[in-house]
Design a protein around this ligand. Structure first.
Ligand SMILES: [Zn+2]
Length: 236
């Protein structure tokens, strides 16, 4: 099963050279955990020094993120964490409302013991993070729940699309949500898993739609403008 958090594989950026995949994963994770915010400039030179990698390697990672619409590149200005527009934000949710109920139905049809275990283990991780109020983990795990469901449903196109869409959702939430960042409501993930346990794809799809409505409903047309300290984010 593909994992979005490949942190154990990563070396300490201060002590070793980073590959472009590692750079990609660290930036991806920083966005997922809301440490990197929309519109942040990703200066090649600074990232190259932070990750002890060549600029070419940094560019390779940034190009991959740009291909996934997570990063934007402007001639003569450089790379920036994407700032999805209100319209793009709506597009993201429209796409999720089409894909995720299909993920639920497909997953309910081919549930097995292993998949149940994976879902319940993930719910437990989410609960543990909430217990200790680990906000970064809560945000990351909330997004990963959706990626996990897609991966378990077993359609690689869903999985790829959802990985992109959930990262874009993270950026959208950061841009258009209240200062206190909301993540997925835990009880809704639980209700989804309960329905999947029973093989009830219709209920799971319905709860998923309500869940997406709640997330989109919390958005405000509000944006934040902040200077980011890249060294602080990655080397802290
Ligand atoms: Zn969720």
């Amino acid at each position: 099963m593909p994992k979005t958090s490949a942190l154990p594989l990563l070396k300490d950026p201060q002590s070793a050279d980073s590959t472009s995949d590692e750079i990609y994963e660290r930036i991806y994770l920083a966005i997922l955990e809301h440490r990197l915010t929309p519109g942040t400039k990703l200066a090649e030179e600074r990232l190259a020094s932070i990750f002890k990698a060549s600029r070419a390697r940094v560019r390779e990672a940034l190009s991959k993120l740009a291909y996934e619409q997570i990063v934007e590149v402007f001639p003569k200005k450089g790379w920036f964490v994407a700032r999805p527009s209100v319209e793009q934000a709506r597009d993201v949710f429209e796409a999720r409302r089409l894909i995720e109920p299909a993920v639920m139905r497909r997953l309910a049809q081919n549930m097995d013991v292993e998949k149940k275990t994976a879902l319940h283990e993930h719910l437990e991780k989410e609960m543990d993070a909430r217990k200790v109020d680990d906000k970064r983990a809560i945000i990351r795990l909330s997004g990963e729940f959706h990626n996990l469901a897609a991966a378990l449903a077993g359609n690689s196109s869903f999985t790829r699309s959802l990985r992109e869409l959930s990262t874009l959702t993270c950026l959208v939430i950061l841009l258009y949500n209240a200062p206190i960042v909301a993540s997925c409501r835990a009880d809704e993930h639980e209700r989804i898993v309960e329905a999947l346990d029973r093989g009830d794809g219709e209920t799971a799809a319905q709860v998923m739609l309500e869940h997406l409505d709640h997330i989109e409903g919390a958005l405000k047309l509000d944006s934040t403008e902040e200077e980011a300290d890249l060294e602080e984010i990655f080397l802290r």
